[in-house]
Design a protein around this ligand. Structure first.
Ligand code: ARG
Length: 460
């Protein structure tokens, strides 16, 4: 393509080097912005007509041309051209081909700098709205699964050592809280995305009497950007999204690590249906939890996007620099990864089959009711630190005897503290242990049931 057919070709005396053309082009990855580029252009044209910069016939012609382009793209007939560099110039050049010189008036009072910032905000806002839906669905799925397991007993862990008995429902509600905060962060991030940059033009604003509020209203933006330099150079709305997405994926990675552990022969706490697992090409017996493993793995690329974007922005002087074109691939990759991961989890979570017998067995091993015994001694009047010591000696004895605490006899227990009586055997049971943790936020089945009811209301 000759230079005079480039939108900016006027001042150039020789053609762009072919490699440079390819190196600087973004159309391969920014074409997915097209519905929002068109939407922004329609709003811009409507505004230009309303303030008298375009006639209504020109406006109609431009809008008609843009609608045709939208159709061509969705029909797969649109020819994307690298020499037209990016999504914006591909669409604008095609508009001129379709409607002639009137198409050249669309860019009045606008720059690609405010155009691309607008497209990115529209694109991200739309993607966030879809993610919010998926997260809402997942939060409900967790509550449903927790409701099935309000009194399913499992070991709670610290240092990956069985620590105290908990209910599986309580464990799942922990996941709920993590994701609930992630979703709240996403909602909050959306507020800073939902600001209109258009009208900032290249960096300083425009000499035309534009009506930015009209454009904001048409595009559904809650605010108009305050500062034109900021509007074209700021990408922290993208960094913020990637930070939220990284944290969300980090949470999913932790869940996945648990699912992988629980699927192992050593734990055998859960089973996942075959449709979520894959086999080994050499070991016929294997059923691998590939989906959770990949979720754990894919969290790395989202964190990678965040680091890429933080690094991309940190050395840039104001205002727009071409560096900013590098914001797209990390954002799109983070968005796609989070979306697909949510799709996977929305299938996976409802399909978890708890193996309650194995969970219970694991909770019974490892002296997990030792704290209950210490608390019981405190209720008999023994200071907690002394009670801790007594129970420590009791556990050491039980280890030597190779028996659980509730398998010791009363006289054996009384060797360590004379005050112990028959009631001790109620508090040493797993059911007694979880039921005794009966306050707001704790693991007792009645508390888990109440927390599920509260949480349903919290996500309405
Ligand atoms: N493709 C560019 C980007 O993604 C569009 C803005 C180009 N502006 C410019 N002055 N070269 O950032």
């Amino acid at each position: 393509m000759s230079q005079d057919s480039k939108a900016w070709g006027g001042r150039f005396l020789e053609a762009t080097d072919a490699f440079v053309e390819a190196y600087t082009a973004s159309v391969a990855f920014d074409q997915r912005l097209y519905p929002f580029d068109i939407q922004g252009s329609v709003a811009h044209a409507n505004m230009l007509a309303s303030v008298g910069i375009l006639t209504d016939d020109e406006r109609k012609s431009i809008v008609g041309g843009l609608e045709q382009i939208q159709q061509e793209i969705t029909d797969g007939e649109f020819v994307w051209s690298v020499s037209r560099e990016d999504v914006h110039m591909n669409i604008e050049s095609r508009l001129v081909e379709i409607i002639g010189d009137t198409g050249k008036k669309l860019h009045t009072g606008r720059s690609r700098n405010d155009q691309v910032a607008t497209d990115m905000r529209l694109y991200l806002r739309d993607a966030i709205d879809q993610l919010l839906e998926q997260e809402q669905q997942l939060l409900n799925a967790i509550l449903d699964k927790a409701a099935e397991h309000t009194d399913t007993i499992m070991p709670g862990f610290t240092h990956l050592q069985a620590a105290q008995p908990i209910t599986f429902g309580h464990h799942l509600l922990c996941w709920f809280e993590m994701l609930k905060r992630d979703r709240d962060r996403l909602l909050d991030c959306r507020k800073r995305v939902n600001v209109l940059p258009l009208g900032s033009a290249a960096l300083a604003g425009t000499t035309f009497p534009i009506d930015r509020q009209m454009v904001a209203t048409e595009l559904g933006f809650a605010e108009v950007s305050e500062n034109s330099l900021d509007a074209v150079s700021d990408r922290d709305f993208i960094i913020e999204f990637c930070a939220v997405a990284s944290m969300t994926m980090g949470h999913f990675s932790r869940w996945s690590e648990e699912l992988v552990l629980w699927m192992s022969q050593q734990f055998s706490f859960i089973d996942l249906p075959d449709r979520f697992c894959t086999g080994s090409s050499i070991m016929p017996q294997k059923k691998n939890p590939d989906v959770p493993e990949l979720i754990r793995g894919k969290s790395a690329r989202v964190t990678g996007s965040l680091i890429t974007l933080l690094t991309l922005m940190k050395g840039q002087p104001l205002a727009y620099n071409k560096d900013n074109q590098e914001d797209k691939e990390p954002l799109f990759d983070a968005l796609d990864t989070l979306r697909d991961t949510l799709t996977a989890l929305n299938g996976l979570i409802p399909a978890i089959e708890a193996r309650a017998d194995n969970m219970r067995k694991a909770a019974a091993a490892g002296f997990t009711t030792a704290t209950d015994l210490a608390d019981y001694l405190v209720r008999l009047g023994i200071p907690f630190r002394d009670a801790h010591e007594v129970v420590g000696q009791t556990v050491a004895f039980a280890i030597r005897e190779n028996r659980a605490l509730d398998e010791l006899t009363l006289p054996e227990l009384q060797q360590f503290c004379q005050l112990i009586d028959e009631e001790v055997f109620d508090i040493l049971t797993l059911e007694g242990s979880v039921a005794a943790r009966n306050h707001f936020g704790a693991t007792a089945p009645v508390q888990v049931t109440a927390a599920i009811a509260r949480s349903r209301a919290r996500i309405q």
